[in-house]
Write a protein that binds this ligand. Structure first.
Ligand code: CTP
Length: 412
């Protein structure tokens, strides 16, 4: 259990902070809500008190003997400001201490995460951008706002990410520190495949696999939080899109192949991807023929065996077609055997496929699939190996992006 300060700024999106609070307390954290005076014009103190089980104050004068403005910040493991308005970012960047929340920000030794929400004009204004740069320079995380519907009829960058995404990123910062959300993918285009393909046998049956898509989702969520423009080519994953991520749903290996080629080459966007990650479990084989109507027992169409044909290796094709400077990352699920251990097989696969990086999972004894925890080694074509200790898939994703960010070609 961690001590979290949930700062709430005075914007309409403050209503989402109640759901975020609920998600944090359900994960077992002790949350102290510190709203601004204007936040309480959108959501009442009673809501925050009931959901957190803690008192709510806005001013340093509210409980003077407690010296709350010093103690709350000093004892926190994380300060999460959601939503962070333009005014709150400005006051934080200026080092003001004119209410309990800004005073808390000045006394906190722990990671601080701002989740901005405001109208697009306010977000893009040089004053706000300077304040964001100042806060980031001092070590705070300022998440890029989601793009989408804002209050009223307009839409654009400035929307508050959904509470589930913010809660997941808060867990990541608690376990891995603020460095896990360094904005080092700012301005990068990243294309990720995730999930498992399905190869139809007839209109109702398919050959599939156990991939849950969780690691691909985590990679997308963390890349977007680190500033990347992310496309997620998702094979059969029923999950809400992580904030700021464009999902392209596919079903078969062939659909995934076409989508990956189109998105990574930039045919659709006129800009090739900087990084392509093949985290999907792509079927190596598909049925040679797909029956047009359902295969029935006992009838003339009852199959006695299944004939399969090899699918193209999408990863190898992407390596062959990659534009200059594009980094290609593969995944490998390996088990050791008489011919070699997991890393020996993985090194051979890295060379065979020609990728820049290979993320290696040891899947001996049913590990990995569908679990929220993972443990990988990232092998690079230059011979280096980075062991990523067991952790939640978001933390593993952050460690993978650390390796990638060190290797992407510097931006012009
Ligand atoms: N992959 C792909 N296209 C395929 C199969 C796999 O792009 N038809 C990609 C996966 O997304 C993953 C990587 O290749 O990034 C590793 O796949 P894996 O199935 O482990 O490797 P294989 O070449 O099939 O080797 P093995 O002989 O171990 O099955």
């Amino acid at each position: 259990m961690s001590q979290i300060v949930l700062g709430v700024g005075g914007g309409v999106a403050a209503y989402k902070s109640a759901l975020l609070l609920r998600a944090l307390t359900e994960s077992g954290h002790d949350v102290r809500v510190v709203p601004t005076v204007s936040a309480l014009r959108f959501v009442g103190a009673a809501t925050f008190e009931a959901l957190s089980g803690n008192p709510v104050s806005t001013e340093v004068w509210d409980d003077v003997p407690e010296v709350a403005h010093v103690r709350i910040g000093q004892t926190a493991d994380l300060v999460l400001v959601n939503p962070a308005t333009a005014d709150l970012l400005a006051r934080a960047a200026a080092g003001r201490a004119d209410d309990l929340l800004t005073a808390t920000l000045l006394t906190a030794h722990c990671p601080v995460v701002f989740v901005p929400a405001m109208h697009t004009e306010m977000w893009q204004h040089p004053a706000t951008q300077d304040n964001v740069a100042t806060l980031r320079r001092r070590g705070a995380v300022v998440l890029p706002p989601a793009v989408g519907r804002l209050t009223g009829p307009d839409s654009g960058p400035g929307r508050l990410p959904e509470p589930a995404d913010v809660a997941a990123l808060a867990e990541l910062v608690l376990s891995a520190g603020a460095g896990a959300l360094t904005p080092d993918l700012d301005g990068r285009r990243v294309v990720i495949s995730a999930g498992g393909t399905r190869e139809p046998l007839d209109p109702v049956r398919f050959l599939g696999n156990r991939s849950s898509g969780l690691q691909g989702w985590a990679l997308a969520r963390v890349a977007a939080a680190r500033g990347a423009e992310v496309v997620l080519v998702a094979a059969n994953v029923e999950r809400p899109a992580p904030f700021g991520v464009r999902v392209v749903p596919v079903e078969t290996a062939e659909e995934l192949r076409l989508a990956m080629h189109s998105e990574s080459s930039g045919r659709e966007t006129a800009r090739p991807a900087d990084v392509v990650v093949m985290a999907a479990a792509v079927a190596d084989f598909r049925p040679t023929t797909v029956a047009g109507s359902k295969l029935k027992k006992g009838g003339a169409t009852e199959p006695s065996s299944l004939e399969l044909v090899r699918n193209p290796d999408v990863l190898v094709e992407l390596v062959g077609a990659r534009p200059a400077g594009q980094l290609v990352v593969g995944f490998a699920a390996e088990t050791g055997d008489a011919e070699g251990d997991v890393l020996t097989h993985a090194r051979a696969k890295l060379a065979r496929k020609g990728v820049d990086l290979l993320v290696v999972n040891d899947v001996s004894a049913g590990r990995v699939f569908g679990r929220s925890e993972n443990e990988v080694t990232v092998l690079a074509a230059d011979g280096t190996a980075t062991a990523v200790p067991a952790g939640r898939k978001d933390a593993v994703a952050a460690a993978i992006w650390d390796v990638v960010a060190d290797r992407v070609v510097p931006q012009a």
